[in-house]
Design a protein around this ligand. Structure first.
Ligand SMILES: [Ca+2]
Length: 525
């Protein structure tokens, strides 16, 4: 793939900025209220102007929507609500024409319960497709073991016809595949090849650490911990068999031209566990939620950065950074809302885009969208449904994007948007921010344009409590989280998230400064 403007660097993915598009919330082309692939295609020039390198599309495959497309009923087709394979091909062609790469989501841990394989599996106990899944007899009238579902409740559902239970780490509509079955492995090689041959630039692999379960299905130790990531304590996942699988996928990806990339959703709080998935012959990149889960605190953020860089350096891998995705509360809200939240979110993106490695943005992050409050009747997330409303779920970060000021759907759709959009979205729309040099969107565009200047390793500089200051080549990134007004090093101020106050960086603000070569400290050169 070639860009019309400049040749792509080797190992493009090592410094790429990926833009996550939650397909049903991005742009609707046909007025049915759901975003779709032609809608994405219609907004590619916006993404080109924004300055990202690649787009990651959340699942658009045929799905009954037990978990918004993360329950796939056909891995090699497009759900008719989102378009056709022809629409997909046209999207890839246009994206490549603009120098944008396309990464698609692949969901190998589980299928939909509506997938023909699973319907066959339920049809009769001796159907060969049953061995693709994990069916087991119960234990004393209960499920085969004590595993809980990530979405709440048990990880097993009774197949009443056979009297056996099937495993689902997520919802009952998402039966887990048995990756110890060689047929499953061969099927996914075929599926990956299908999309690689259609021109995708890579895959984001859903729940990449969990495909293989403990072959003996042993009980997890109780009581279960309540942690941000259940994967931290589940002994049944993160099995050694997964690594040879990813070596074989790497070989497959590398057999195609133009550097196709494999990105694992590997979810552990310890970056040393993540690093095992991005050794030189395995996945190219893995997610890293260290920064996302760090509070607005200088010491915590620095610790997250240092732990990540150290763990990945040990295996020669590239770090990734993310602050928002379709599963977490929007950044301005997470950082306190009100006046502080949006201000901190502006500063945070200068931190995010200054760190060495690849970065992931989530559509709408560049507009500073806040988490939306939704009436319960409008909620779709299975987490809300399966916990009886105890956990509100993730719909509040999935409200569609506002493109212009026209209520009620703000240019997202000519119909009724699938989640209601708040009145406040008009002022945050692309059209409004496009015309405002002080907008969040303008800050993102400026930072993405300058980002190629930030090269080389990160070198920390001493700085007062409550602040972070580091250099990347000839650019210094200074973030004042909550300290006293921060004096800046001499040099050219390239970008500030808030106006300086008497040449000092106020709390809740960040700056990029280009220093002349003589100003760069000796130990960082
Ligand atoms: Ca649509």
């Amino acid at each position: 793939m070639t860009s019309p403007e400049q040749p792509q660097p080797a190992e493009w993915w090592r410094s790429a900025v990926f833009y996550e598009i939650y397909v049903r919330s991005f742009a609707d082309s046909n007025g049915d209220g759901l975003g779709d692939l032609p809608g994405v295609r219609s907004r590619l020039t916006y993404l080109r102007k924004l300055g990202v390198d690649a787009i990651w599309l959340t699942p658009f495959y045929p799905t009954p929507d037990a978990d918004h497309g993360y329950d796939v009923a056909d891995y090699t087709d497009v759900d008719q609500r989102f378009g056709t394979l022809g629409d997909f091909d046209a999207l890839v062609a246009d994206a490549h024409e603009l120098g944008l790469r396309i990464v698609v989501d692949i969901v190998p841990n589980h299928t939909s319960s509506e997938h023909p394989w699973f319907r066959n599996a339920l049809s009769r106990p001796d159907h060969p497709d049953r061995s693709r899944y994990v069916f087991r007899p119960g234990r004393d009238g209960s499920p085969p073991n004590n595993w809980p579902s990530v979405f709440g409740g048990r990880a097993w559902t009774l197949d009443e016809r056979s009297g056996e239970y099937y495993l689902h780490l997520f919802s009952p509509g998402q039966p887990d595949l048995d990756w110890h079955n060689e047929t499953v492995r061969r099927d996914f090689e075929r599926i990956l090849r299908f999309w690689l041959e259609r021109g995708v630039d890579g895959f984001r692999i859903d729940v990449a650490h969990a495909l293989f379960k403990d072959a003996e299905l042993r009980d997890e130790r109780e009581p279960f911990h309540v942690t941000a990531f259940s994967s931290d304590w589940r002994a049944a996942i993160d099995q050694p068999e997964v690594h040879p699988l990813y070596r074989s996928w790497r070989t497959l990806a590398d057999s195609f031209a133009d550097e196709r990339v494999l990105i694992g959703e590997v979810v552990f709080s310890d970056p040393r566990r993540i690093a095992q998935y991005v050794r030189a012959d395995e996945l190219h990149l893995a997610f890293n939620f260290a920064l996302l889960f760090a509070p607005w605190d200088a010491a915590a953020m620095r610790a997250a950065v240092d732990a990540t860089l150290a763990a990945l350096a040990d295996v020669g891998a590239t770090a990734t950074w993310v602050l928002e995705n379709h599963d977490v509360t929007r950044l301005p809200t997470r950082y306190g809302g009100g006046r502080d939240g949006p201000r901190r979110a502006r500063a945070a993106v200068l931190l995010l885009l200054a760190l060495p490695g690849a970065a992931f943005l989530y559509a709408g992050q560049e507009l500073g969208l806040e988490e939306c409050e939704l009436e319960d009747e409008h909620r779709h997330d299975p987490i809300f449904v399966r916990t009886g409303g105890l956990r509100k779920g993730r719909d509040g970060c999935r409200v569609p994007l506002p493109w212009d000021e026209a209520a009620p759907a703000f240019g997202f759709t000519s119909g009724t948007s699938w989640l209601p959009m708040p009145a406040s979205f008009g002022a945050l729309s692309v059209a409004v921010q496009d015309a405002d040099e002080a907008s969040m969107l303008a800050l993102y565009r400026a930072a993405l344009a300058l980002r190629p200047e930030l090269t080389g390793e990160l070198g920390w500089r001493d700085s007062p409590d409550g602040s972070l200051v580091f250099e990347r080549g000839s650019v210094i990134c200074a973030v004042n989280l909550d300290g006293d007004p921060l004096g800046l090093p001499g040099g050219e101020v390239l970008l500030v998230s808030e106006p300086l106050e008497e040449d000092r960086l106020p709390a809740g603000a960040a700056a990029w400064i280009r220093v002349s070569s003589g100003d760069v400290s000796a130990d960082a050169r």
